[in-house]
Design a protein around this ligand. Structure first.
Ligand code: SF4
Length: 391
């Protein structure tokens, strides 16, 4: 590739010279054609740089039915003249039709991951390094127009907070139809009909009434369903659902999870399902990634991770989950993780989980465990669990 680029550059620069056969002199072409050649050469070099980066990036992954590939994604937020890391080198992959869970306590970088993938970080957020490839296209290199075309149509996000995500002065059904209008060249009637079908598909009763209601006239569960209908409006290949059951009563939670199960069973859409609650992934996710202090500390098949959690943090999250014993809720065996997640602006040296870890070794306070990266199967980022990924 490098040789092709240098040959092309040479051809371009030779074509910028005029050869005068009679006197044997070589003179440069007009300034305008030189400028045009400069810009053409710049475009070729930019294209080549992206192609080389992409080739290097993809070489770490096996190409199967891969939809999204993320490598070394690192995000920081500027506050008061300093930048605080929120995501430190996340590397993962999502295949077409797959449901991947992202688990971790609040403030560990889950929502930042979702926002960074869609380039929707707030003004003080910055992607410091990394690469994101969706269907082979580098999302971080795309222009804002191209990115707008992808958002909602190919990748959509179910926002965590409906009261912020929904427009309070616009009727709920219109907010679904608006997404369709933004990405399709359909007439108003067809968009409305599709929006009504979507409201029915997310199991909202009395579609006519809900369509014409303002968000404040709907319950929390109904607003969540409107957000899910919006996310599905253009049949995206990937839906990112950020805490879609948080703040709902347990009955509505179960109904929303059932709805996702049904969507998963009847479509080729892939889901990145984000939650702080290990219980919501059961039966839903194919794979699970566990995140702590902006790092993916463990990933693997859901059953594998639940049956034999490797990282002490994953173990702690599962132990703090209520279980049933003889059909009744057993609260006696609840075993919460001591302490709280670290302040990301002043992480302790070594492993960020060390202050809360009951299995810490001497090395843990001095050296951070190496990034496990992605090996297509099970990974864990912990000094005490090195080499145990095959379990
Ligand atoms: S690296 Fe050490 S402190 Fe961190 S989770 Fe593993 S054992 Fe605990």
């Amino acid at each position: 590739m490098k040789r092709i680029i240098s040959c092309l550059s040479c051809v371009l620069w030779f074509s910028a010279l005029n050869f005068h056969g009679a006197c044997g002199k070589i003179t440069p072409s007009s300034p305008r054609s030189l400028l045009r050649l400069c810009s053409l050469q710049h475009s070729i070099l930019r294209f080549a740089r992206i192609a080389l980066q992409r080739r290097a990036f993809l070489s770490g992954f096996e190409m199967t039915d891969t939809l999204l590939q993320v490598r070394d994604l690192t995000v920081g937020y500027r506050r008061g003249g300093t930048e605080t890391s929120a995501l430190a080198g996340a590397t993962f992959r999502i295949d077409a039709g797959e449901t991947v869970g992202l688990l971790g306590e609040s403030g560990c970088g889950k929502s930042t991951t979702a926002l960074a993938l869609l380039r929707l970080l707030p003004g003080n957020g910055r992607i410091a390094r990394g690469a994101v490839y969706f269907r082979g296209r580098g999302l971080l290199e795309l222009g804002s127009r191209e990115m707008e075309r992808i958002r909602g149509a190919e990748i959509s996000l179910v926002f965590q907070e409906p009261s912020i995500a929904l427009n309070p002065v616009m009727r709920a059904g219109e907010q679904v139809a608006e997404v369709i209008r933004a990405h399709r060249t359909w007439g108003r009637r067809r968009c409305r009909s599709r929006a009504e079908d979507l409201l029915a598909a997310v199991r909202l009763d009395d579609v006519e009434r809900v369509y014409g209601s303002f968000p404040h006239e709907l319950s929390g569960g109904q607003k969540r369903r409107i957000l899910i209908a919006q996310a599905l409006a253009c049949d995206p290949a990937l839906v990112i659902a950020d805490e879609p059951t948080t703040g709902l009563d347990s009955r509505t939670q179960t109904e929303i999870l059932d709805l996702f199960l049904e969507l998963k069973a009847h479509s080729r859409t892939a889901f990145l399902f984000i939650s702080h609650d290990p219980g919501v992934f059961a039966g839903l996710a194919d794979r699970l990634m566990v995140m702590y202090a902006g790092r993916i500390v463990e990933q693997g098949g859901l059953d594998q991770v639940y049956r034999t959690p490797l990282h002490p943090y994953t173990q702690g999250l599962l132990d703090s989950m209520p279980r049933t014993s003889g059909g009744a809720l057993d609260t006696q065996r609840l075993c919460p993780i001591p302490g709280s997640p670290p302040d990301m602006s002043s992480l302790p040296p070594g492993c960020p989980f060390a202050p809360r870890c009951s299995e810490r070794l001497d090395v843990c306070g001095a050296e951070e465990p190496p990034d496990a990266g992605w090996n297509g199967g099970r990974t864990v980022r912990c000094h005490a669990r090195m080499g145990m990924e095959c379990r």
